[in-house]
Design a protein around this ligand. Structure first.
Ligand SMILES: [Zn+2]
Length: 251
């Protein structure tokens, strides 16, 4: 199956964008403030998990120019980790600027910019892909033969251990750790008391990251999906009424 793997950088160490970019975390771009969704459990504005623009190969949103914004509550105090919302926005509704953060927002997720997409064959045949979702229907659990916990669009899910989702609408997965290019100025890297590497973000405070053995690569502790979890999203790309669904699962 064909998958699309993002090349990621920490947004605040990268030139600011003045147009829509695919992104994980941070503030939405182009979304009218009134459309920023609140959590149905705790009532606070939810952090953005990701935003993507329609692309005929990578992510079909049913209409050219359409964008999707996926929000997920991460309000630890009220134990909200699963409330989420999809907002689909047409090109003509876009404000053409960064969305102002609502006062009721709990902490946002660190902002990570997609600077490129790499097309990758994941090695799973279309038949095995369909079988993965059949196993899910039958037993509520399915593991693919993929070993890598990879953030991507399309391709085959790494594992799913609960009913939900189907082969036709699977749109992508988001790992709790994002693999990013280490574009962080060396002086902003620090160690915390436990000896863990942290990136002392000028605006977001300390962010936990680990440097990979791979030169120039780091892993960002991005979102709480339980213990080493993965988030899965599904999109039905209807021209008039697109719909999304999301859940996360941990090992
Ligand atoms: Zn909440």
């Amino acid at each position: 199956m064909k998958s699309f793997v993002p090349t990621l950088v920490m947004s605040e160490c990268w030139p600011e964008s003045f147009s829509f970019v695919d992104q994980y975390g941070g503030r939405p771009w182009g979304l009218p403030e009134a459309l920023w969704p609140s959590c149905s459990s705790c009532g606070r504005a939810m952090p953005l998990l990701a935003q993507f623009a329609h692309h005929p190969k990578r992510i079909d949103l049913g209409r050219e120019g359409r964008r999707v914004y996926l929000f997920l509550c991460q309000n630890e105090r009220d134990h909200c980790y699963e409330d989420h919302a999809f907002v689909f926005l047409e090109a003509e509704q876009c404000t053409g600027r960064w969305t102002e953060r609502p006062t009721s927002a709990s902490a946002l997720l660190p902002s990570v910019t997609v600077v490129g997409w790499r097309e990758k064959e994941d090695g799973i045949s279309p038949e095995d892909y369909v079988r993965f979702f059949q196993r899910l229907e039958e037993g509520g659990k399915a593991w693919s033969s993929l070993s890598e916990m990879e953030t991507k669009l399309k391709g085959t899910p790494t594992f799913i251990q609960q009913p939900g989702g189907d082969a036709a609408t699977f749109a992508g997965q988001i790992d709790c750790f994002l693999k990013v290019i280490d574009n962080i100025p060396p002086e902003l890297w620090q160690k915390d008391q436990l000896g863990r590497s942290i990136y002392q973000s000028p605006t977001e405070g300390p962010l936990f990251m680990s440097r990979s053995k791979e030169e120039g690569i780091a892993y960002l502790d991005f979102v709480n999906f339980g213990d080493s979890g993965m988030g899965y999203f599904f999109i039905r790309p209807d021209r008039e009424r697109p719909e999304g669904s999301f859940f996360w699962d941990c090992c």
